[in-house]
Design a protein around this ligand. Structure first.
Ligand code: ZN
Length: 315
């Protein structure tokens, strides 16, 4: 059994407004809404999944839009920055595009790479880096040719309340390899080709608190149910306390809080988002798990309208 994760499966964050979030992640970043469903614990709230054309693991950011949410604060105990990766040579395209769309971005460098850093409408910190690794996107949106499109996650920056313990977890339990140390950052790499570069901020940081504009958890990939079960014993064997395995319809999940305060999830690659919609129709309809179907009319009345304007199938 392997106890190495390929990398990030998905990242889940809190925001306030469903439409504004969809406009940003589809209209500005050119991702596809691959699943429109509800928070299974609070059916009056959407759970929106945005990813590449197929919603592949390593490309998926998910949101719970709570209109009445307090503003969160990004800080220790959270994923601090979510990193997207675009093809080599595409960063200047994104610099121009963000400027044209009035998204204020700052260019920074880490480990010899250029990053464009900016915030989403709720303040979630996002960055874009260009790398050769990772398959090109097959999804194109208005104004974004497929050869410039986001391929998925490049990785993330973790803000830990106990960075050395988080780093140890990445290396000894998650199976990443330390590949560098520079200034405030230690860099870890998994074997996958996207969602595979994790920087840990090793400086002391103020604690964050949850709410709009913050990441709730980061999920790591397990290749199938058998490996997932083995992951559960593996993390428990290292002194963490994993939850039981939970069915999330599109993957199986388990969660544990790491020593630096960040909520980790391990999620299976299968069955994926084509489980209940044809690949061409992903994100088109409100999908409910069977146990909520009887309440569909009521749930649809409670959810705010959501219009996806710009996505289309690319070449
Ligand atoms: Zn999750």
């Amino acid at each position: 059994m392997t106890t190495q994760t390929a990398g990030i499966h998905h990242i889940t964050a809190f925001v306030r407004n469903a439409q504004r979030t969809a406009d940003f992640y589809t209209g500005v970043l050119g991702l596809r809404l691959v699943k429109k469903t509800i928070n299974f614990d609070a059916p009056e709230v959407y759970h929106l999944y945005f990813g590449d054309g197929a919603g592949n693991p390593g490309t998926i950011i998910t949101f719970f839009p709570y209109e009445r949410s307090r503003q969160g604060k990004i800080g220790a105990g959270q994923v601090g920055v979510t990193t997207y990766v675009v093809p080599e040579g595409a960063l200047d395209f994104w610099k121009t595009r963000l400027a044209e769309l009035q998204v204020s971005a700052e260019e920074v460098a880490r480990f010899g790479e250029r990053y464009l850093q900016f915030a989403d409408p709720d303040g979630l910190k996002v960055e874009i880096v260009a790398r050769a690794a990772g398959a090109a996107s097959t999804w194109s949106s208005e104004g974004i040719p497929a050869d410039k499109a986001i391929k998925g996650f490049g990785g993330a920056i973790l803000y830990s309340a106990a960075p050395s313990k988080t780093a140890e977890l990445l290396a000894d339990v998650m199976g990443l390899v330390k590949v560098g140390q520079e200034g405030a950052y230690a860099r870890y790499k998994s074997f996958g080709d996207i969602g595979n570069i994790i920087d840990v901020n090793v400086t002391e940081m103020e604690a964050g608190h949850g709410g709009a504009g913050t990441v709730h958890h980061i999920a790591w990939r397990a290749k199938d149910d058998e490996e997932h079960a083995a992951w559960r014993s593996h993390v428990a064997g290292h002194g963490y306390q994993p939850t039981p395995i939970v069915d999330r319809q599109y993957f199986q999940a388990l969660y544990f809080r790491e020593a630096g305060g960040i909520l980790f999830e391990i999620a299976t690659d299968p069955p994926g988002f084509a489980r209940d919609e044809e690949p061409a129709e992903l994100g088109g309809k409100l999908m409910l798990p069977e146990w909520f179907e009887a309440q569909r009319d009521q749930i649809e009345r409670l959810l705010p309208p959501l219009e996806i304007k710009t996505s289309k199938e690319g070449k």
